[in-house]
Design a protein around this ligand. Structure first.
Ligand SMILES: NC(=O)C1=CN([C@@H]2O[C@H](COP(=O)(O)OP(=O)(O)OC[C@H]3O[C@@H](n4cnc5c(N)ncnc54)[C@H](OP(=O)(O)O)[C@@H]3O)[C@@H](O)[C@H]2O)C=CC1
Ligand SMILES: O=C(CO)COP(=O)(O)O
Length: 341
């Protein structure tokens, strides 16, 4: 059971709404802010988020707040759940509004578009000196909102804050673990979105179950190699934020990134696919940033780089597959399971 810390959730899409509802049901005083005041007013009145989480009743305790200053005022913790492309500007907006003791958390998955900077780097730059945490793991918003069993992980350099935030969210059907590898947790959550496109493409092309399992496993290898090069702990990547979310997103049709891949594999144009999905599809920007980081660290990540090329229309899914399958034969782990790679 959570203590009486107060929470402000910023971003009233599917995940922000599900997390705010979870905390409110957990008796944490919770405000939910979204940029669309009219949509928030409708949510408050109907107790439903008809666009992003249709048919799910939201708890009566949840407080909707369209005024950003009022939403963050007095909050012990601000939990940011806007898409990665809006993350930096969200930090800039809240910087002058926060109390000195307010802690910062985020459940956004991705990097700063155009630079490959991690979200924790943006927080450290724009809101220095505060306790910070990332909430991540295999968690489709719809299933969490329906109260279906789920497990996530909360990573922070500040163990007390990780515990506090985890206990705000921990509930009979929602296990919130803790850890201290923020970079590793972020890397896993971001990269699985790119790898989900690869398995989606393969499934859209009806390449079979062997292909899917091969892509997940070799994708995991790419996540480990990039993660270790960047300083992530391998066990973080083998846990909920890495392997857990990779399996979920590569196999579950609730995933928007997987659905993008499915559409591309069936020959649908990317713009049409993204429009049909109608929600954020993080891989579209994250694939560039994974490729940027791989290049910076001299790594060859053929699946992730192939996804980037397909998303940019540089190769067709068929050409991308051919490139993967025609790579040279080699040992599965030339330098051991966890590197050095
Ligand atoms: N959905 C899920 O199952 C999970 C999602 N995540 C991550 O959570 C993050 C948010 O995704 P999710 O909630 O699913 O996305 P959705 O597509 O469901 O909703 C996006 C939300 O972000 C808002 N938004 C878009 N741009 C801005 C902006 N510039 N400033 C403020 N708000 C903005 C949208 O507002 P508007 O409606 O006005 O456009 C909408 O409320 C992503 O990084 C995603 O990867 C993580 C785990 C699970
Ligand atoms: O991150 C998610 C589940 O953990 C949601 O995945 P998608 O963004 O692909 O829908």
């Amino acid at each position: 059971m959570a203590d009486m810390s107060t929470l402000a959730v910023l971003g009233a899409g599917s995940w922000g709404t599900a997390l705010a509802a979870l905390a409110a049901r957990n008796r944490v005083p919770t405000k939910l802010w979204g940029r669309d005041a009219a949509a928030l007013a409708t949510m408050a009145q109907s107790r439903r988020n008809s666009r992003y989480l249709p048919d799910i009743e939201l708890p009566a305790e949840l407080d909707y707040q369209a005024d950003l200053a009022a939403a963050v005022r007095g909050a012990d913790t601000v939990l940011i759940v806007v898409p990665s492309h809006a993350f930096a500007s969200m930090l800039d907006e809240i910087a002058p509004l926060l109390g000195t003791d307010t802690n910062i958390a985020w459940a956004t998955k991705g990097f700063e578009p155009g630079t490959g900077r991690f979200l924790h780097e943006l927080v450290a730059e724009k809101l220095p000196g505060r306790a910070c945490a990332v909430v991540t793991g295999p968690s489709f918003a719809k299933e969490v909102a329906l109260g279906m069993p789920s497990a996530v992980t909360v990573h922070s350099d500040d163990e007390a804050f990780a515990q506090q935030l985890a206990s705000m969210l921990h509930a009979p059907n929602f296990r919130a673990y803790t850890g201290s590898d923020v970079l590793g947790a972020e890397l896993g959550g971001a990269m699985k979105n790119v790898l989900a496109v690869a398995t989606g493409v393969a499934d859209g092309m009806e390449l079979g179950l062997n292909a899917r399992a091969g892509l997940i496993t070799r994708g995991m290898n790419e996540m480990l190699r990039l993660g270790v090069a960047l300083g992530a702990r391998p066990e973080t990547l083998m846990g909920l934020s890495g392997l857990g979310d990779l399996v979920l997103t590569c196999t579950g049709d609730l995933s928007r990134n997987r659905r993008l891949g499915l559409a591309l594999g069936r020959g649908i144009a990317i713009d049409d696919a993204v429009r049909q999905i109608g929600q954020v599809v993080e891989s579209v920007v994250t694939a560039d940033e994974v490729a940027r980081l791989a290049h910076k660290h001299g790594l060859d990540l053929p699946i992730s780089q192939g996804v980037r090329a397909v998303l940019h229309g540089e190769v067709t899914p068929v050409e991308g597959l051919k490139a993967l399958m025609s790579r040279e034969q080699k040992p599965e782990y030339p330098q051991g399971l966890f590197g050095p790679f």
